[in-house]
Design a protein. Structure first.
Length: 186
């Protein structure tokens, strides 16, 4: 899998306690720190960011998707990493973004005929769900990570709960960030 951190941080509890990761209004944020590098992973229903979960069908929907991709390209729009004296200056050494919407969008026309040829149900299902997964590897020299600010909550008001899990050199834990309480100190 391309997103091992979120899966390992959340996999066990989610499998045990919840019907699925995919819950509108809810998003998962995993943070791990190792040897000066910080790995951030986000998993969220597409509806939280886009308002829809099908492959973009109109120019407006395509523009909305492009805007979400622009926003997610920079980890600072997802989370601010905080040190003792404010936001850490981290360079983004690696980022990856994945969503069923992206491959559907690209391969939409080719797959369309196939879908209709053999099946009577489930073609471009309106109740199909889609997620966004984002992963960032950050180089944060010199300063210790002591907290986070969930910027995703500010940028995407449909996110009502940002479930945070962290594995840091100082320890591990979890918390739920909300629009009313978007910041957490470890
Ligand atoms: Zn959904």
């Amino acid at each position: 899998m391309r997103f091992p951190l979120v899966l390992s941080l959340f996999g066990a509890s989610l499998a045990a306690a919840q019907p699925g990761v995919h819950q509108h209004g809810h998003a998962l944020l995993g943070i791990a720190e190792e040897a000066g590098e910080v790995v951030v992973e986000l998993e969220t229903p597409a509806a939280n960011l886009l308002g829809f979960e099908h492959a973009p069908a109109t120019a407006e929907e395509q523009a909305a998707l492009a805007e979400v991709l622009r926003t997610l390209a920079d980890h600072r729009n997802v989370v601010a990493l905080l040190g003792q004296r404010g936001e850490l200056v981290c360079s983004q050494v690696e980022s990856a973004l994945d969503s069923a919407l992206l491959s559907e969008g690209q391969a939409h026309d080719e797959h369309h005929d196939h879908d209709h040829a053999g099946s009577t149900a489930h073609d471009h299902d309106e109740d199909e769900h889609a997620d966004f997964h984002a992963r960032y590897v950050l180089d944060c020299p010199d300063t210790a990570l002591t907290g986070v600010q969930g910027r995703l909550l500010e940028n995407f008001p449909a996110v009502l709960e940002l479930e945070l899990q962290w594995v840091l050199e100082a320890g591990q834990g979890g918390a739920v960030l909300t629009p009313a309480r978007p910041q957490w100190r470890f």
